[in-house]
Ligand binder design. Structure first.
Ligand code: NAG
Ligand code: NAG
Ligand code: NAG
Length: 460
């Protein structure tokens, strides 16, 4: 992702495509997205009728230099703003007021507005993210809650509701932002769209990020004082943590270690997912299941499971549900030695694999590029043995509808490259199911087994 201008443009176009994929083809996302839309409209109309940001502040106020409130809007993925020095938040108007400006001058107050979500290139998504205002000059109200730690402000709206996006647009940017701006420092998370299901699903992770309770930007009515504040999330691109862009050189391996801090402590986990007593001599393979009418189903899942068992694995079929507790998913995946799954949001669980274990991504026709950016890059960056099983035309259900000589089957990369549209994405990602060729698969699985066994003998 080294950027010449044209490459950045191409990237952005591709990112938009990936976004479409997740929006259009994930039933769960769509329902959540609708919820997000509705909810954000409600919030907006409420905000309109409540207090508003004062347009100007008394001439007695001191002038604020660029150093007091500053925004960096130079990036393609995100904006980020900060207030140096004491600031008070009035959550009812989503506004941070600068308390002790450094320079004095009778000029107009500085006002900056920002939507704290790292998908800046996507106007439609961004329009649904609540705007936060930063203003120089003291507020009308006094602070009612005093915090010792600085505020970090972001939105858990947008595509939150899709497991992939919760990490790609949420926790990975959050990890980057904290390590860039507040390394080794306590912070208070100030969150918009911190809905109950999200807070409870990610409670362990949120606690690992901050020991303080969340300040809810949508319904809190007290004013809060912070020693400083930072608004927005930094992104390095899809599922990417670039150590060169972080002062303390954090990598994806550190992110994996952070997940361990959140979920891996020897807490007693009541695990309903794991096989009761996995035979210690056999490496554990997690086979990700997909069901429902969302496409990319593994049609011969049982045969695949049997095949993996014949090769020597102890196989756990794992079909994550929205309500699956993450510490259970973590405990299962963290104890495994290999994972096999068809490209899809559930593969985000590969973040829970231990470095050194094996990930096999089954790539349906036409999904080559999304497979790479969504899961291959991050897996390799975490030190996972990444393997790819690109299906052959005969293994795709699309051959029941299209002839093998048609470009859509024969050369998906070229076909998709020229004509990528919702209709074509729908064919590849929603209409397509997979029936793996067991003879071909066996050769892959043997190789996976060798690697997984080495890993198990070394790491347990
Ligand atoms: C998104 O919004 C910005 C600012 O309003 C505008 O300049 C840009 O052209 C818009 N992009 C698209 C793709 O609509
Ligand atoms: C604010 O909203 C959150 C999330 O919906 C909820 O858990 C919390 O109880 C609410 N707080 C107040 C003060 O209403
Ligand atoms: C994850 O794996 C590591 C290494 O095997 C182990 O020490 C740790 O207890 C595991 N955590 C959970 C929650 O299973």
């Amino acid at each position: 992702m080294k950027k010449g201008d044209s490459r950045v443009l191409i990237m952005i176009r591709w990112l938009a495509v990936v976004v479409l994929i997740f929006v259009v083809f994930n039933v769960y996302t769509i329902s959540r997205t609708n919820y997000v839309m509705t909810h954000s409209m409600i919030t907006k109309s409420q905000a309109d009728t409540s207090r508003s940001v004062p347009k100007s502040i008394s001439h007695q106020e001191k002038h604020v230099t660029a150093k007091d409130i500053s925004c960096n809007r130079a990036h393609n993925f995100y904006d980020i703003c900060s207030i140096k020095g004491t600031t008070v938040l009035d959550p009812t108007i989503s506004t941070f007021f600068q308390m002790d400006p450094i320079n004095s001058s009778p000029q107009k107050p500085l006002v900056e507005k920002i939507r704290p979500y790292a998908r800046k290139w996507e106007n439609f998504t961004m329009s649904r993210i609540k705007e936060v205002t930063l203003v120089s000059g003291p507020p009308i109200t006094k602070c009612q809650v005093q915090h010792e730690a600085p505020a970090l402000v972001f939105s858990a709206g947008g595509y939150t509701g899709n497991f992939f996006h919760e990490f790609n647009d949420g926790f990975i940017p959050l990890f980057i932002t904290i390590n860039t701006i507040f390394p080794d420092q306590d912070i208070v998370l100030v969150i918009s769209k911190a809905r109950d299901w999200w807070v409870s699903k990610y409670s362990e992770l949120l606690r690992a990020f901050s020991k303080y309770p969340i300040v809810n930007l949508d319904n809190d009515t007290s004013t809060h004082c912070f020693p400083s504040a930072s608004v927005g999330m930094i992104s390095h691109g899809f599922m990417t943590i670039d150590p060169k862009l972080i002062p303390n050189s954090k990598t994806f391996k550190h992110f994996r270690a952070f997940l361990h801090k959140a979920y891996g402590q020897n807490r007693k986990v009541q695990n309903h997912l794991s096989v009761s007593t996995p035979k210690k001599s056999r490496p554990i393979l997690v086979l990700l299941g997909r069901s429902g009418g969302v496409g990319r189903l593994l049609l011969n899942q049982n045969e695949v499971k049997l095949e993996a068992e014949k090769v020597g694995f102890s196989v756990v079929v794992f079909e994550p549900k929205a309500r699956t507790p993450l510490r259970e998913a973590y405990a299962l995946v963290n104890s495994s030695h290999a994972m096999v799954g068809i490209h899809g949001a559930a593969l985000t669980h590969s973040l829970f694999l231990r470095p050194g274990s094996v990930l096999v991504q089954v790539v349906p026709l036409g999904a080559e590029w999304v497979s790479r950016v969504c899961f291959e890059i991050s897996a390799r960056a975490m030190g996972i043995e990444y393997m790819e099983y690109r299906i052959k035309a005969e293994e795709s259900s699309l051959t029941e509808k299209y002839s093998k000589d048609e470009p859509i089957i024969k050369d998906p990369v070229a076909f998709r490259g020229k004509n990528w549209s919702p209709k074509i994405m729908s064919i590849y990602l929603k209409e397509q199911n997979v029936r793996l060729d067991l003879v071909r698969l066996r050769e892959y699985l043997k190789e996976v087994y060798v690697k997984a066994k080495v890993f198990m003998d070394k790491e347990g």
